[in-house]
Design a protein around this ligand. Structure first.
Ligand code: FES
Length: 133
């Protein structure tokens, strides 16, 4: 029995179905996290560093809450480090000082250290790219 000829419209419809299937498959594919920190690693006030978006992030548990913030000075982008003896984040570039919560209290910076969004999943602090699953 002869098959009817395939029209251009039939071919385009078939391509649309394939494209929709591929898009659905891509949406469903799990996106691996950029960084994961087990909550157990934050015990006793330990500070853990990870990279998120190529920038250093410090994760710490403070007064029962988890905080994650970029270790990047909001003045001109130098690295800040935590100094336990001073109870301050210190930026060596221009003597910037930030409190435990990231609020600027010295030097030229006027904006707080930037908090990094995360989710808590099965006992881990998980960082994903915006738009990722
Ligand atoms: S870059 Fe940090 S105080 Fe200027």
């Amino acid at each position: 029995m002869p098959q009817p000829p395939v029209t251009r419209r039939d071919a385009l419809r078939g391509l649309a179905v394939v494209a929709a299937g591929l898009a659905a498959a891509c949406d469903a594919a799990p996106v691996p996290p950029e960084a994961v920190v087990p909550l157990a690693d934050l015990a006793a006030g330990r500070r853990v560093r990870v990279l998120v978006g190529g920038k250093p992030v410090e994760v710490v548990s403070d007064a029962g809450a988890i905080h994650a913030r970029y270790l990047v000075c909001t003045h001109m982008g130098c690295l800040v480090t935590w100094h336990e003896d001073r109870e301050r984040y210190v930026c060596a570039c221009h003597d910037g000082l930030f409190t435990r919560s990231g609020r600027p209290v010295g030097g030229p910076a006027t904006e707080p250290l930037v908090e990094v969004p995360f989710t808590l999943e099965a006992g881990e602090v998980v960082f994903r790219r915006p738009g990722g699953a």
